[in-house]
Write a protein that binds this ligand. Structure first.
Ligand code: B16
Ligand code: MG
Length: 225
């Protein structure tokens, strides 16, 4: 199986906005008197804003109406967008720039596949607004990860068959989405112990791209910083 394209998850793979999501949900939960911690937050990785809220509300002692939920989701997004104002190209996670440049030089197609509706804002802030050959995000899809929709759409926009795509993910929901899309998947960070992934690494910086492409195509990547 030759890898012709790499589809990057955004939050937690390219940039550590996953920490901002945590802080924003914590602010919301504190304001509502709902218990929330980093362990619960890990279950929110890769899934949509409203699905995340539903998980948080499992710890709530009162029932919320749909309009109250919509207001809470908007409030969380306001906290989150405030934090995004601080983002800059300096916030790219280690090795991202080198890996992107290497992939580009070798002719590998690249896309972003993110559940986030804030994906375009984030990409602009980190200086990658026009970098990718294609993007697919929370604004384009009906079902978020673990549904494969976002990755299938990214591959369609790249015009590359699923079996030639490598997804890089930090969420177990994202690993499952890639497998559901019949794509190859490298799991990093929180997802690194997910045995369903074909490849696993602590983070992008320690992923052995030389080995990956030696086994799955002619491409060889130099990913030293
Ligand atoms: P938003 P990814 C996901 O992005 C996040 O991991 C997840 O925590 C978040 O709830 C989701 O985006 C929706 O984000 O509220 O900005 O639309 O990891 O798929 O890039
Ligand atoms: Mg992620």
């Amino acid at each position: 199986m030759e890898i012709k394209a790499v589809i990057f998850d955004l939050d937690g793979v390219i940039v550590s906005t996953d920490e901002f999501h945590y802080q924003a949900w914590q602010s919301l939960a504190d304001g509502e008197g709902i218990y929330f911690d980093r362990k619960i937050n890990d279950n929110l990785r890769g899934i949509s804003r409203m699905e995340s809220l539903e998980i948080i509300l499992r710890k709530a002692t009162k029932k919320y109406s749909d309009s109250q939920k919509a207001e809470m989701a908007a409030r969380k997004n306001n906290y989150y967008c405030k934090l995004l104002e601080k983002l800059s190209p300096a916030d790219l996670l280690p090795s991202v720039t080198n890996i992107l440049n290497d992939l580009r030089t070798r002719g590998i197609k690249m896309a972003v596949g993110s559940s986030s509706k804030n994906s375009p804002v984030i990409l602009n802030r980190i200086g990658l607004g026009t970098y990718f050959d294609a993007t697919a995000d929370g604004n384009d899809i009906k079902k978020s990860k673990p549904d494969p929709e976002v990755f299938l759409l990214a591959a369609e926009r790249l015009k590359i068959a699923s079996r030639h795509c490598l997804v890089i993910e930090d969420a177990t929901a994202g690993v499952e989405a890639a497998i559901n899309a019949k794509m190859y998947v490298l799991a990093i960070g929180q997802a690194k112990s997910d045995m369903r992934a074909h490849l696993r690494a602590n983070d992008l910086a320690s992923a052995d791209f030389v080995e990956i492409f030696k086994n799955h195509g002619e491409y060889q990547c130099q990913n030293q910083d």
